[in-house]
Ligand binder design. Structure first.
Ligand code: NAD
Length: 413
């Protein structure tokens, strides 16, 4: 391949992915004419990938001053950072940044005193709330991308500690039904295969957490002919896993059976020391939940008799009982850290939701209350319509008579 500058490589990869992002591209085109965000300031803390670059271009095309920093030090694509800076969109961070760099980048992003934050995991939001002394003038609120961030925002709302509006972009249909489910499913398997080149077929594959992400991971592992076992704390979701054809079980049993483990719960130590201790020799452990706390890595560090790097994404730990287990991507999001993250086609919809939700905050600024808002159904429906049309497909429209029938209690059987 010809030798390219970092920025040119980022540009070429973005151009390749643009074709898969018709919704965001259409919004960008419309906004470059209507300029609905002219004079607005938006700071973003997101995984820095090609798809994020198109979101930044879209907000900038709408007239906003934007700044971007990474929401995870291991997922940053340096060529995208270089490209964005070259086209004048101020972007901080590089792959593998330290924790100090991580928070310094957040602080630099907030220097523009934005009215809106677009966040993934709530770290920029919490930093704004806890570390900065004064509220930014005209600050409106936050658009949050992921389940873990929403859990934090809802906890704040419950305690009366949320001092602005927040939009639950993760909760929109267009996000969790597609991004969490199909996006995390496919890219988690890609991350696992990139890191290990292990055969998935014929393995006992344990998925911990059967929410939107876990369902997608289980389905894709089964699609590659793994025997899938599901560990889930909710009995109804466990029953769904059973009806979906998987073995619903608990962590103690799954630990003894599994060849490959993937966590996607948003919870802490769902694979704990006692589970790791009972695993088979050669077990592979990965996480696709937001934080690297789902596998008890502290236990491993304290109890392993030795550890060594196998490759860029795999570390081998020798257990006192003699087995070896492998941790992928330091227990961080395996799909982003060892793979390329979600496919562009799915991020197209999630980031269209982010773009339209941030505009919604500006459009509704006089009515906003200090609470967590759902993404309005019109935004979801609009994104779905554009995406469907881009695939050459359509949906059936209700007739007036059908609308009346569905809304009436007088017309009976
Ligand atoms: N990898 C990615 O790119 C990506 C994408 C979207 C979301 N996420 C993250 O993935 C995590 C899950 O997201 P989701 O949308 O599937 O959430 P979800 O709430 O739909 O599902 C999480 C599930 O985990 C279960 N759970 C909680 N504690 C458990 C335990 N100890 N053992 C077994 N199951 C347990 C819950 O009952 C729930 O069913 C979150 O941290 C989210 O932020 C990651």
């Amino acid at each position: 391949m010809e030798k390219l500058s970092l920025a040119e490589r980022g540009k070429r990869r973005l151009d390749f992915d643009r074709k898969e992002m018709p919704v965001l591209s259409r919004i960008k085109e419309d906004w470059s004419r209507s300029r609905p965000l002219a004079g607005k300031k938006i700071s973003c803390c997101l995984h820095i990938t090609t798809e994020t670059a198109l979101l930044m271009e879209t907000l900038a095309a709408g007239g906003a001053e934007v700044r971007l920093c990474p929401s995870n030090p291991l997922s940053t694509q340096d060529d995208v950072v270089a490209y964005l800076n070259e086209v004048g969109i101020v972007t901080y961070g590089k792959r593998g940044d330290s924790e100090t760099d991580f928070y310094r980048n957040i602080a630099r992003c907030l220097e523009i005193e934005p009215q809106v934050i677009i966040d993934d995991g709530c770290d920029m939001t919490i930093y704004y709330l806890n570390e900065l002394e004064e509220e930014f003038p005209g600050f409106l609120g936050v658009c949050e991308e992921t389940t873990t961030g929403i859990i934090r925002l809802r906890a704040m709302e419950k305690d009366g500690a949320l001092p602005f509006a927040a939009v639950d972009v993760n909760g929109s249909q267009i996000k969790h039904l597609f991004d969490n489910h199909y996006g995390t499913g496919q890219s988690t398997i890609t991350g696992l295969m990139t890191a290990t080149n292990r055969m998935i077929a014929g393995t006992d594959f344990v998925v911990v957490g059967y929410g939107y992400c876990g369902e997608g991971i289980a389905r894709d592992a089964a699609g590659l002919n793994a025997r899938v076992h599901v560990v889930e704390t909710d009995p109804i979701k466990s029953l769904r896993a059973c009806m979906d054809g998987f073995n619903a079980t608990d962590m103690a049993e799954a630990a003894r059976i599994g060849d490959i483990f993937v966590t996607a719960t948003g919870n802490k130590h769902v694979i704990d020391g006692e589970h790791i201790a009972s695993m088979k020799d050669g077990a592979v452990l990965a996480n696709s939940g937001h934080f690297n706390v789902e596998i008890n890595l502290d236990w491993l560090e304290e109890n392993a008799t030795a550890s060594e790097d196998v490759n860029e994404h795999v570390v081998k730990y020798q257990l006192p009982e003699g087995q070896e287990v492998y941790i992928l991507a330091e227990g961080r999001l395996v799909n982003l850290c060892a793979g390329q993250g979600h496919p562009a086609s799915v991020m197209d919809m999630s980031f269209a939701g982010q773009a339209l939700s941030s505009k919604w905050l500006f459009d509704n600024q006089d009515k906003l209350e200090d609470r967590v808002y759902q993404v309005p159904a019109e935004i979801d429906n609009e994104i779905a319509r554009i995406k469907l049309a881009s695939k050459g497909m359509k949906h059936q429209k209700l007739t007036q008579a059908q609308i009346e029938y569905l809304n009436s209690w007088q017309e009976g059987t």
